[in-house]
Design a protein around this ligand. Sequence first.
Ligand code: SF4
Length: 259
Amino acid sequence: MSKNNYKVVWLSAGISSFIAGYLVKDTVDEWIYIDVKDQHPDSMRFVHDCEKILGEKVTILRSQEYEDVEDVCRKTGFISTPYGAPCTGVLKKKVRKNWEQEFYKREGHMNLCYVWGFDEKESKRADNMRLNFPEFTHEFPLIDKGLKKEDAHALSISLGLKRPIMYDLGFPNNNCIGCVKAGMYTWNLVRKNFPEVFEKRAKMERDLGHSCMNGLFLDELDPNAGRRGEVIPECSIFCFMAEQELNGEQPIFQVVKTA
Ligand code: SF4
């Protein structure tokens, strides 16, 4: 690793980002995970298992301003916007930006290189990442090696790494339990596996007068609605900003401090 380059793997507590980093592990300077209270507790088990395999510590970051997803939604007054979900913006993007500020203060001359778990089917996303964030260098080891998500899962099994339990429960990714970006099928999985979270989100929707699913409130959701295979974007530390920048807009919500 050149001393002008600092390589970071942003772990998402999903298989792809870990395996992508693992493929270039000898050149990685730091592994970072941004923890959100709404993630299943098994996510932290997964991160610690990654540490054991790597023989290295993962830096754990958390928002110092907001407690959890509901705290963000209630204080901003929004659940989701056409430009992204405020919770991604403050619980992940802002935390990542704070880390970068500290990094540049400390190591101003260094270039940051980020490693991503996009697979060979996601080369368009990789192009967009390079286009939208030219201030960083980006690496996509799965794409470079022509690997699919399934290959990454197979590799994790061979390493003895047990995937986060959310996948075993049928969730399409390891986003927060009750992710505001979820669709009907996934919300019904939340209702079945985590009824208390479902109830809390349903109440929050009514209190705020906004719904997670485009006008369909959770307390109206047919328990049989939705179908397996629903595609839900994995919550990324960059997706919120990318959505905004692609739309050429500033965030449309304002943080309203409550007592
Ligand atoms: S996973 Fe979903 S609920 Fe959690 S921060 Fe990301 S968008 Fe918000």
